[in-house]
Write a protein that binds this ligand. Structure first.
Ligand SMILES: O=C(O)CCC(=O)C(=O)O
Ligand SMILES: [Fe+2]
Length: 351
């Protein structure tokens, strides 16, 4: 098995609509980028062998717009605690809004970070709550009458531009989501009809965005900045400030690799829904954050997820690919993404 010292770098330019490329990327320079088949093959290897990769986005995102997102988070976290608490989770549906330091729990342990969590608007066409969608019987339930995930997003008043900055970022991430999904479908060898079917499961993504602030871990303290976990959904696009050695990824060779930010790149990883679609060929990778450097760290993961009501199960194309590569397929069953997500978020916070 190859021991990877660092994460692969994938350039999705050939899958991005030309109209969305930066003006500085002329047709001639975009022709120097990898072809669709080169990108698709590279993404297949990255998803199969590592589960994490760098996505080179310098043809699509300017350094200024990336900095603006991180800077707005940094500004927000500097505001007085009482002001941040005005938009705490409990003011909405218990999952949208500001969470204070240690409010997020991973595997029973409090994480040393604060955050602002946002979700796609609740799908208007959806049916009334089912029993599995209610967490009102939990002793940990927030003091809110709104069912989880059904409340409004909450935006800070300071900085006032943050809402607009994050909404613009969301639109960009959705375009990137389509490009990377398409490259993955090609990498897996799906035909056109199979790609369209897959796209139909993510074309109204129930996305999630977190703006996370990490104070340094106190020296010698027990605890972790963000506990070891797999992401729940489809694809995570992580934008982080340049502080190295914070995010760590468990490689298939069982060593922790540092996924340090690279200029012009986002860090991307695949979540559990891709693990099911790919029949285990693309395992969702364990990762964690241990932030000991003395500088306050800001990261902004955008989770490009399936549609809320998408039914996710192993793809036929993945079965063919497993056979072709002589790999055993893993049956991950079938889940309704929204149910799966609710099961996860309802245990995430201490109120
Ligand atoms: O802050 C990071 O680098 C990663 C955060 C993360 O893994 C998550 O929120 O799922
Ligand atoms: Fe994560």
């Amino acid at each position: 098995m190859t021991i990877l010292q660092s994460l692969p770098i994938i350039d999705p330019t050939s899958y991005l609509p030309h109209t969305h490329l930066l003006p500085s990327v002329s047709l001639s320079t975009s022709n120097n980028r990898p072809s669709r088949s080169e990108t698709a093959n590279a993404i297949h290897r990255a998803c199969r062998d590592v589960g994490f990769f760098y996505l080179r986005v310098d043809s699509f995102l300017s350094p200024e717009e990336c900095n603006e997102v991180v800077d707005s988070g940094r500004e927000f976290f500097k505001r007085p605690q009482e002001e941040k608490e005005l938009i705490r989770l409990e003011e909405s549906d218990g999952v949208r809004g500001y969470q204070r330091l240690h409010q997020n729990i991973t595997k029973g342990k409090a994480d040393h970070h604060e955050a602002l969590d946002l979700y796609a608007p609740w799908p208007s066409s959806s049916s009334p709550p089912t029993a599995s969608e209610s967490m009102t019987d939990s002793s940990e339930s927030p003091k809110t009458t709104l069912a989880p995930l059904r409340g409004p997003n909450q935006y800070p008043s300071n900085p006032a531009s943050m809402r607009h900055t994050l909404e613009r970022w969301t639109e960009k991430m959705k375009i990137l989501g389509e490009a990377v999904m398409h490259a993955m479908a090609d990498g897996l060898g799906l035909d056109d009809k199979e790609w369209k079917d897959l796209w139909g499961l993510v074309n109204d993504s129930f996305w999630v965005m977190r703006v996370i602030g990490y104070p340094p871990l106190p020296p010698g303290a027990e605890g972790i900045s963000c506990g070891e976990h797999k992401d729940y959904g489809c694809l995570t696009f992580l934008l982080a400030d340049p502080i190295p050695s914070s995010l760590q990824v468990l490689s298939t060779s069982s060593t922790w690799l540092s996924a340090d930010p690279l200029p012009g790149c986002l860090v991307v990883n695949i979540g559990e829904m891709w693990s099911i679609w790919s029949r285990g060929l693309y395992p969702a990778t364990l990762h964690r954050v241990i932030h000991t450097s003395p500088t306050y760290r800001v990261s902004v993961p955008f989770f490009f997820e399936p549609n809320y009501h998408a039914r996710v199960k192993g793809l036929e194309g993945a079965r063919r690919k497993c056979l072709e590569e002589g790999r055993e397929e893993v049956d991950g069953g079938e889940v309704m993404y929204g149910d799966f997500l609710l099961g996860k978020v309802s245990g995430n916070f201490k109120y």
